[in-house]
Write a protein that binds this ligand. Sequence first.
Ligand code: BGC
Length: 512
Amino acid sequence: MILLQICVLFLYFVSSHEEKVKLSRDGVRKFPDEFLFGTATASYQVEGAWDEDGKSENIWDHFTHTQPHLITDYSNGDIADDSYHLYKRDVEMMRELGLDFYRFSISWPRILPSGFADRVNEAGVAYYHNLIDEMLKYNIEPMVTLYHWDLPQRLQDLGGWTNPLIVDWFADYARVLFENLGDKVKYWITINEPAVVCYYGYGAGAFAPGVDASGIGEYLCAKNILLAHAKAFHIYNDEYKSKNGGIIGISYSAQWYEPASDSSVDIEAAEVQSQFEWGKYSHPIFSETGDFPDVMKEKIAAKSAEQGFPRSRLPEFTQEEIEYVRGSSDFFGLNHYTTFLVYRNESVYGVHPVPSFYDDMDTGSYQDPEWEGGESEAVKIVPWGFYKLLTEIRESYNNPPVYVTENGFATYIGLQDEGRVRYYREYLSALLDAIDEGCDVRAYTAWSLMDNFEWTKGYTQRFGLYEVDYESPERTRTPRKSAFVYKEVVRTRTLDLDYEPDTDVMTIDDGH
Ligand code: BGC
């Protein structure tokens, strides 16, 4: 979720930002033979059935029920897309698209109603078995996220991700899933976007659980969530991998931060912002040295001292923890949406609360007004940023396998979603450019299979390849033009920029 990131200072530059790379975009281009295509959703955003069959309250149930005014349309995920009941239709859509895999997440309080592993809710486990079995019937691989933001409220009452004990609570939950679903699932993702969980949940407080502890909460969360991820990784690696043969990783939210000018100050500012925003979570796992990036440790320690804190607001890892976290991911899961231009400007100082994450960074960012946008104010079409980000990941981390686990664009209601079609074509083209240069990108996931509950934006922002009719009790799902375009990419394993689909009828053309 990146929409709030543009709430930082906005500067208007008279001359628009120039593309720094020239990408080859002609002709029909082929994806590598083993390349995988999928789409994604997340439990709270689609499942509904919020209190059915033994599921307990999660932090988003609590947040939306107690403070509905914080959601643009006062809505919630009580019913959402009703996938808890309509999962067979969801699998039918996967078949229509011809997907290799489908990424979905598991609701922790549906599996463990107390939050703890004292009692497993069999009805919850049965739901995920049914969904997975229906997918496997048609050779669609499940890619399962353990945590996509819907923490049991009972664990939040104990501090949630700021309580170091959550490392064990999460590991216990992970073990229950590996034990129950491990023989059917080959792709596991521990945490979706630790940066969003920590910053929006425990720093800015804009998302559930709404803890406003800027400059402190997100850093406590960052350390705990990395250790929790690593513990789940090691459990899988040590106890399940050889038996079940799957892989396990983490998914980052990483946008591209481009220097706003050629000045060394802005170049450094863009680097700092990248390290703060996503390097904070990728450096500990993918760098050779591990640990939080030096620039973060130094800046936060210096500011903390100036501000009179007896120690850095960024907690330290022990050497043992550094080693435990380093290398704890089989792939680099990448959720990427857009690009920002970054500058260093002393006037930023004092604009943000002190202490705060943004004050610690000393940077400002904005987007070029000429970049094309859709319904989400932050997601602009900037494919060269995707290319640069993939290149940066290759160069910084010794070319890890990258699974693009989210990429997508919001449009208004309507089936003729030309903006989304353009977005997907351009971003897939940039991805192919990166592969041509040697990036080891192995999978692509379109966010999202269908419209869904878009967090604080409710149902006002539509990211779906399929449109969902929230007025109909059946939550009718109808393919948009982009669904037909994506289907053709998946079917042909090629990108044809000129392909114009016939959007009359969506069929299932088996294999599936
Ligand atoms: C999140 C999704 C969200 C999407 C669009 C991603 O960062 O993982 O849950 O719907 O952004 O805002």
